[in-house]
Design a protein around this ligand. Structure first.
Ligand SMILES: *Cc1c(COP(=O)(O)O)cnc(C)c1O
Length: 653
């Protein structure tokens, strides 16, 4: 199947325009958008061209159409933008990581077990924590807390005495007391020392409660990795203790006869580590330190390898920053293998392994769906025939004659002429010698010349440098009903690539190419990098919306970090959310959360919505006094204002 877009061959895209439409199928779309590569078998395209999600329905699997889910949500009053959550996918990932480690442990006769913990910061929504603790119970899957509020949450939801609660992050007296209280209540809470000063405080508080605390140390490793977050590991990391500081902790514990309290060693390589070699190297260094701590006389028994297990957002299975060159089973097998090998060499017992994978657990969980509100068509004017008004500037006629002169041999020359006349016309405009209408016409003519050149270029073998750029088609802008800053902050902050694609009409060939702009007024609020046919492209193949029908796009794999890091840019608030399952072959709408209203968002930034309303009321009343509007008109205007303040921050249809 010929794709509509291909970076290096203009002929491909040209050919695609003439492609037999009937030959396009859902499978063609699946290849184009790389669905099989990134979807991890959770998502696919139905023969009818709908994106679908694969959910558990009793004991069998059920494919559920995303457009159908969206329609059902709208019928229930939940408009787009809409965040869909799939608890089944969260369960599947928890199961996957636990099984991967259990398998690896079994395969190499490892004599410790695996106990994962979920880092709350990755997606701390109540529903997520509730589901993680519920589904994870079978595996004694615990929680990682990096702050006081997170620990308070963990204490409310994690009551399994066999699971761990790992406390990372900076700790004050209150944080430490909370952890110790949890220990008194029978939970396995490990206080991980991140800073040299923390130990004294912990010992002091524990003595007051007459408790022997469960302690861990976070170490800085030398081994670096080249992920975006590499600064959270390595010698220059702001977190963790150097070997010197670790030994100080050991010495202090020894002199207080508390070395038996030190049971865990922790390291964290940073998120989304793309390269398995870096993971192995860090594990070797960490296990070496672990063995040394054991030889020093610390109780040990727990090795916590942190997070970092990556997600293949772009489907390339490579070391690119939006991918990783390994899978979850390889990860588990390598970790277990390294720890076993190093411990065996040092004659140390195998520790129980804790991992703090967040992204790898939560990413598949959520999908953002939004509708296209409008399109800015870059080439719409090309269809119209131009007539040059008789009294127009004669450069306009010259520009037009370039169109007629263009043939196979003079592409470069025509291009040069077009650029020349257009820039002359622009400078004439600046001097007041050309009208705005003439200037606009020169733009249209110029773009028509470019379009014709592009077609010619498609047939040329030998392209002059100047013209290569022209092979890039001009892209339309599709305006999506969402805020990048609220819903996809990492697109903006760290250039993260998420899979983006239409969720319906996928049995039709997409004949257009677009970038996606959001509805904030920020020019950074756009998505202009996509992975198409396995290559990074600057336009997304899309369909032209049909009259009277919403055109809907989905952004996938947004379950980790996005909900939490989102902000209120342009006062766009949280989207509507609905949780979806499948029961007896029917879509089950499990939990609906209405997004922020305008009043909610205003109160976040310290307005009192009532006061805001009263201020507007004053303006309206003044207009009645001044005779600009009637009292009845005032009522109507006021009612509309009140309704808007109570409404959704996004476009409502
Ligand atoms: C953020 C964080 C994690 C989670 O990392 P992922 O890459 O999402 O798995 C784990 N541990 C610590 C200490 C963290 O700060």
């Amino acid at each position: 199947m010929t794709p509509p877009l291909s970076k290096n061959s203009a002929s491909n895209s040209h050919e695609a325009n003439h492609h037999d439409k009937a030959a396009w199928s859902s499978q063609s779309s699946s290849e184009l958008y790389g669905v099989e590569k990134w979807a991890n078998e959770f998502f696919s395209i139905s023969d009818e061209g709908d994106m679908q999600v694969h959910l558990q329905d009793g004991d069998s699997e059920q494919a559920v159409s995303l457009p159908e889910i969206v329609q059902g949500a709208r019928d229930r009053g939940l408009e787009m933008p809409l965040l869909l959550r799939f608890p089944d996918l969260l369960t599947a990932r928890i199961k996957k990581i636990n099984e991967a480690f259990h398998e690896a442990i079994h395969d190499c006769d490892y004599r410790g077990h695996y106990r994962g913990v979920y880092p709350i910061k990755v997606n701390q929504q109540q529903q997520v924590i509730e589901e993680v603790t519920e589904f994870g119970r079978h595996y004694h899957y615990g929680l990682e807390a990096g702050s006081k509020p997170e620990l308070l949450t963990a204490l409310a939801y994690m009551h399994d005495p066999k699971a761990y609660i790992i406390c990372n992050g900076y700790k004050d007296k209150e944080f430490i007391d909370l952890a110790l209280r949890g220990q008194m209540l029978g939970l396995q809470i490990v206080l991980v020392i991140e800073m040299p000063g923390e130990l004294d405080l912990i010992l002091q508080r524990a003595a007051l409660m007459n408790l022997r605390p469960l302690l861990g140390v976070r170490v800085k490793l030398c081994t670096c990795n080249d992920s975006h977050w590499s600064h959270s590991s390595g010698e220059n990391s702001v977190f963790g203790l150097t070997p010197n500081q670790v030994l100080d902790v050991v010495d202090k514990l020894r002199s207080s006869e508390m070395l038996d309290c030190l049971q865990l060693m922790h390291y964290h390589q940073g998120s989304q580590v793309p390269d398995i070699r870096a993971i192995r190297e860090a594990a070797v260094e960490a296990t070496r330190i672990y063995c040394e701590l054991s030889k020093e006389g610390a109780a040990m028994g727990l090795l916590d390898i942190g997070g970092g297990l990556g997600i293949d957002y772009d489907g390339t299975r490579s070391k690119s920053s939006s991918s990783r060159n390994y899978g979850i089973r390889e990860y588990a097998a390598d970790i277990v293998d390294v720890i076993k090998t190093v411990c065996d060499e040092a004659n140390e017992p195998h520790p129980n392994i804790i991992s703090e994978s967040g992204r790898a657990i939560a990413a598949y969980y959520s999908v953002l769906i939004f509708n296209i509100l409008d399109i800015n068509q870059s080439n719409s004017h090309l269809r119209e025939i131009e007539t040059i008004e008789p009294n127009s500037h004669n450069y306009l006629s010259k520009l037009e004659s370039v169109i007629h002169d263009l043939n196979d041999d003079n592409a470069q020359e025509c291009y040069n002429d077009a650029v020349y006349y257009r820039s002359e016309l622009l400078s004439l405009f600046h001097h007041g010698n050309v009208s705005l209408r003439e200037r606009a016409q020169s733009d249209r003519l110029f773009h028509r010349i470019l379009a014709q050149l592009r077609e010619k270029i498609d047939q040329l073998d030998d392209l002059p440098d100047d013209l290569i750029e022209l092979t890039q088609k001009k892209r339309d802008v599709y305006y999506g009903n969402f805020s990048l800053f609220q819903s996809l902050p990492d697109t903006w902050a760290i250039d993260q690539l998420f899979p983006v694609m239409p969720i319906h009409r996928l049995d039709e060939q997409p004949t257009n190419e677009a970038i996606i702009a959001d509805i904030t007024c920020d020019c950074d609020g756009r998505i202009d990098k996509f992975l198409i046919n396995g290559e990074q492209q600057n336009a997304l193949p899309v369909h032209y919306p049909k009259d009277g029908q919403d055109y809907m796009l989905g952004v996938f794999l947004v379950g980790a970090y996005q909900e939490t890091l989102g902000d209120l840019h342009n006062l766009m608030g949280d989207t509507n959310v609905v949780s979806i399952g499948s029961q007896n072959g029917r879509i089950k709408y499990q939990r609906e959360l209405s997004g922020d209203s305008v009043a909610d968002v205003l109160s976040y930034v310290e307005y009192d919505p009532k006061h805001v309303f009263e201020r507007f009321l004053r303006l309206a009343e003044r207009s009645v006094e001044d005779g600009k509007i009637s009292a009845q008109e005032r009522k109507k205007i006021i009612d509309e204002y009140r309704e808007s303040i109570a409404g959704y921050t996004y476009f409502e249809s």
